[in-house]
Design a binder for this molecule. Structure first.
Ligand code: DGL
Length: 283
C-alpha cells in the first residue's frame, strides 16, 4: 500500500489546478528547505481559468479541507485563479489557518516601468476577480495595462509543451501587440507560465522584464511560517508529497522535466458530488 508520511505542524500545503503551482513549490523548496511539502494538482479539473469563480471557490474549499486534514499547518494557494476566486472567502471560512495567495505582480511592474506600459498574462477568471482589480486600482492607476488570457496555454504547459509550435503561437499572438504598445515588463499572472519563461524572453527580447511572483510568494510563506507554532517538530523532514487528481503517469512525465527531488507521487480521487477527496491506495 502506498502510505503517506507523517506531516508535522510546519507542513506547507500547496495547491493549483494542475502543474502550475509547482513553479511556486520550487521556490518554496529553495527558500524553505526544512519543511515537508504537500502539493495538490487538481489535474482532473484543469484548467480553472475559464470556470465560474463560484465553482473554483468550491473546488478550492474542498482541497483546502483535504490538505488541512492531512496535517498541513499553512496553505499556499499557488494559483492566481483560485486566489481570485477563493482567497478572501477561505480566510473567512478558516480564520485560524494562515493562507498565502497569488496576485499578479502589477505593483512592482507599475513602480519600475519607464514607458508607462505593462503587459499582464493571466486567466479570464483572474482578470474578473476582485483581487486583480483592487491591485490595479491601488497600484497601477497611472499605468496603461495590456491584458491577454493566452487561451490554451495552460493546457499546452500541462502537456509539457514548453517550446513547441502551438505554445510559441499563443505567446507570440499575446505578446507582439503588447510590444507594439511599448510594454517594458510582462507580469506572469498564472503560475503555469514560469515554465515558459525562456520562450517568453526569446519573444520579448532583453529590454522587457519578465516578472514571476513566485520568489516573493515563497518569501511571504517563510515569514508566515515563522509565526506557526511548530515546537516539537522534527526539522529534518523535508519530503515532498505530490498528489494529483489526474493521471500519475502524466504527472510523473511532467515532474521529470523540471527539477524536484525527494518526492513521492500519490493519486487522489474526488467523490462524485465533489464534496470529498480521497487518496487512491495502490494495490
Ligand atoms: N495556474 C493557474 C493560475 O495561476 C490556473 C490556470 C488554469 O487552470 O486555468 O491561474
Amino acid at each position: 500500500m502506498n502510505k503517506l508520511p507523517y506531516f508535522p505542524k510546519n507542513t506547507i500545503g500547496i495547491f493549483d489546478s494542475g502543474v502550475g503551482g509547482l513553479s511556486v513549490l520550487r521556490e518554496i523548496r529553495n527558500q524553505i528547505p526544512d519543511s515537508p511539502l504537500i502539493y495538490f494538482g487538481d489535474q482532473i479539473h484543469v484548467p480553472y481559468g475559464p470556470r465560474e469563480l463560484e465553482e473554483v471557490y468550491s473546488l478550492s474549499k474542498v482541497i483546502t479541507q483535504f490538505l488541512l486534514g492531512l496535517g498541513a499547518g499553512i496553505i499556499v494557494v499557488a494559483c492566481n485563479t483560485a486566489s481570485a476566486a477563493a482567497l478572501y472567502p477561505l480566510r473567512e471560512e478558516f480564520p485560524d489557518i494562515p493562507f498565502v495567495g497569488m496576485e499578479p505582480a502589477v505593483k512592482p511592474a507599475a513602480e519600475k516601468t519607464n514607458t508607462g506600459n505593462v503587459g499582464v498574462l493571466a486567466t479570464p477568471a483572474t482578470f474578473q476577480g476582485k483581487l486583480y482589480n483592487s491591485v490595479v486600482e491601488r497600484f497601477a492607476k497611472n499605468v496603461k495595462i495590456y491584458q491577454n488570457t493566452c487561451s490554451g496555454l495552460v493546457q499546452e504547459i500541462e502537456k509539457g509543451n514548453f517550446t513547441g509550435v502551438k505554445t510559441r503561437h499563443i505567446l507570440e499572438n499575446a505578446l507582439y501587440p503588447m510590444l507594439e504598445n511599448k510594454i517594458d515588463s510582462v507580469v506572469l499572472g498564472c503560475t503555469h507560465y514560469p515554465f515558459v519563461i525562456p520562450l517568453i524572453k526569446e519573444i520579448v527580447g532583453p529590454e522587457v522584464a519578465v516578472i514571476d511572483p513566485a520568489p516573493a510568494v515563497a518569501k511571504q510563506t517563510m515569514r508566515i511560517l515563522s509565526n506557526v507554532d511548530d515546537s516539537g517538530t522534527d526539522r529534518n523532514q523535508n519530503h515532498i508529497t505530490l498528489l494529483t487528481s489526474g493521471s500519475i503517469k502524466e504527472f510523473q512525465t511532467f515532474i521529470d522535466m523540471i527539477e524536484i527531488n525527494n518526492y513521492k507521487i500519490h493519486q487522489v480521487k474526488w467523490s462524485q458530488n465533489r464534496s470529498e477527496i480521497n487518496i487512491v491506495h495502490e494495490k
